[in-house]
Ligand binder design. Structure first.
Ligand code: PPS
Ligand code: ADP
Length: 567
């Protein structure tokens, strides 16, 4: 990147865009992933001003070593386009490359300045303060989730990445600055969040803004981890409710396409610079800002030193042109009925409520006092996090062939249909093998694929509030765990190990499978010549050798009642 480009946006005039579209037909194309598209959007809309493209090697090294671009401008995080070795081999300086979105729609043309293989271990150390993937999710993303070559070069934008949701909130820096001016806002406090906000947050941000005579620009960063999740839409709806609780002309909401690296102090500084580019004069920084373990289990868990992010943003304030405002934790005093900052000593009659606690209280269906959250926000949250009695769930039965999975599943199916509380779907092993996995055999690889396909379908059913009953053998822990992780995001997951011993299954031998296995006519039969790894921690274990199918199903129903899934 040479020279400074002062334009409002790097998206070119539509006449030039037409020309670039024609040129792009002959160019090598790169389809940036979700994370890279976020960076591209901030380059094109100039949230990353003064960058005019993905960093070249000199800028990258300068940022890592000294938190500045080669011309001395403060810049703490690398903004690089990572590609695989095959793509890198096709690129050389001066070459033009098309950058398309995931549907192949042309967004920008990159003029390559250099291509290099970075030392990502060293980058991890400098950016995150660690090169241990297990210790930090940002390090894991960099070392295991990104590609080994970087491409630097300027970009000419044809279009900003396309969004269909909340268009009125996707404001570019020039749009926000124009609105601030129109509102008469000379001082603007940028407030970055990924959390659900409630009444105490309102008092906290309002007090901070009043102290410096500023209005508030709430710019949350959400939606990257699980785009399309109900959670994302709920977050934004709740921010809309939140902003409606402020005095007139006091707060504005906009969405930021920033892909968080969780790089603690360096990231806080980066976010401050970005907010300055959106027109803010002040930026609120928490003492655990951008920490990978913020909001988890108190400060003992933090990766970065508490307060380090605030210190770094404040230290660079003169150079960046944006001032640091510390974020204080506010609590409610039941005696006086007021909110105030929580000091370390005051915990008796004062109550602080974290956003995580808010969410878990809603899932448990607890009563929430009105000092905690507004009714209209509660309505939004309850829609997204219904109590267990209205959540979808999956009953995932695993066990040897003949252990009783299908029989119990059929009993459960009719019981749920009788209850008529939710739609119910049976994904039995042999039905799935016929309809969804007919091309698969019984190798480990194919069994895993079969089991995760069942998990995917069950996750969709669970997400939409239904009941999925799954009954494959599912002999391996890894694919069962993958299903658990996926499905638990959307609702209940109840793993039932149908633990009937092999001798009993073999005596039953309804399909003659074991006889054929013993006589060597079929190979790789689970329990005989293929392994079955019992689940480590199932919700229930049921041995059907000493009970009827009805009794087995009743054990599962009792568990569901106890957990609150069925009434
Ligand atoms: N080699 C081998 N091993 C195990 N089972 C075999 C095999 N070949 C065919 N069958 C029949 O296929 C049914 C199991 O399929 P699944 O899809 O449940 O298996 S897996 O979860 O993918 O491992 C299973 O049906 P169920 O008895 O209903 O479990 C078997 O009858
Ligand atoms: N308590 C029980 N639960 C389920 N099945 C039982 C039970 N007791 C006996 N059985 C018999 O065991 C066999 C189990 O077969 P099936 O349900 O097809 O097993 P799987 O689906 O695990 O291969 C059926 O013949 C069923 O009648």
């Amino acid at each position: 990147m040479k020279g400074e480009d002062y334009s409002e946006s790097l998206v070119v005039h539509f006449r030039r865009a037409e020309e670039l579209r024609r040129q792009a037909l002959d160019l090598t194309a790169i389809n940036p992933n979700e994370r890279q598209l976020f960076d591209l959007e901030l380059l094109l809309n100039r949230g990353f001003y003064p960058l005019t493209g993905f960093m070249d090697r000199a800028a990258y090294e300068s940022v890592l070593d000294g938190l500045t671009l080669p011309d001395g401008t403060v810049w703490p995080l690398p903004v690089c386009l990572d590609v695989d070795e095959r793509t890198a081999a096709q690129l050389s300086p001066g070459q033009k490359v098309a950058l398309n979105d995931q549907e192949g729609f042309l967004l920008a043309i990159l003029t390559v300045s250099d291509v290099w293989r970075p030392d990502r271990q060293a980058e991890a150390e400098q950016v995150f303060g660690s090169s241990e993937p297990a210790a930090h999710p940002g390090v894991r993303q960099l070392l295991e989730g990104s590609k080994p070559f970087y491409v630097g070069g300027t970009v000419e934008g044809i279009s900003l990445p396309i969004h269909y949701d909340f268009l009125q909130l996707r404001l570019t820096p020039s749009e926000t600055v124009r609105r601030f001016t129109m509102n008469g806002w000379r001082r603007v406090l940028g407030f970055h969040t990924e959390q659900y906000l409630h009444c105490a947050h309102r008092e906290m941000v309002l007090d901070a803004a009043r102290q410096i005579g500023a209005a508030i620009f709430l710019q949350p960063v959400v939606g990257l981890d699980h785009p399309g999740d109900v959670d994302f839409f709920t977050h934004i709806r709740c921010y809309q409710v939140f902003t409606s609780k402020f005095p007139p002309n006091m707060i504005m909401l906009g969405l930021s396409p920033f892909a968080s690296r969780r790089a603690g102090p360096r990231e806080a500084l980066q976010q401050a610079i970005m907010r300055r580019n959106f027109g803010c004069t002040h930026f609120m920084v928490a003492d655990d800002h951008a920490d990978p373990f913020a909001n988890q289990n108190g400060s003992a868990m933090l990766f970065y030193e508490k307060g380090a992010a605030q210190e770094l943003v404040a230290r660079y304030a003169t150079k960046t042109g944006i001032e640091m405002v510390p974020q204080l934790e506010y609590c409610y005093d039941e005696e006086s009925g007021t909110y105030s900052p929580l000091s370390a000593q005051e915990t008796d009659s004062k109550r602080a409520v974290t956003s995580t606690e808010l969410q878990s209280r809603i899932v448990r269906g607890d009563e929430l006092p009105d000092w905690f959250v507004w009714q209209d926000m509660l309505d939004e949250l309850q829609l997204a996090f219904p109590p267990k009695s209205r959540q979808g769930f999956t009953i995932f039965m695993t066990g040897l062939s003949g252990s009783g999975k299908s029989t119990i599943a059929k009993v459960l199916l009719v019981k749920f249909m009788e209850l008529r509380e939710r739609p119910v779907t049976l994904l039995d092993g042999d039905i799935v093998r016929k309809n969804l996995s007919s091309e698969l055999n019984f190798s480990r690889e194919h069994r895993d694929l079969n089991v995760t396909r069942i998990g995917y379908v069950a996750s969709e059913i669970t997400k939409n509030g239904g009941i999925a009953i799954c009954a494959p053998i599912a002999p391996y822990e890894e694919s069962r765990q993958a299903n658990r992780a996926l499905i638990s995001r959307y609702g209940g997951y109840i793993e039932v190990h149908v633990s009937t011993p092999l001798e009993i299954c073999e005596q039953r031998d309804r399909k003659g499978l074991y006889a054929k296995a013993r006589s060597g006519r079929i190979k790789g039969v689970t329990g005989i010549t293929d392994p079955y790894h019992p689940p480590v921690n199932p919700e229930l274990r049921i041995d059907t050798s000493t009970m009827t199918p009805l009794e087995a199903a009743q054990e599962i129903m009792l568990y569901l009642q106890q957990q609150g899934y069925v009434s």
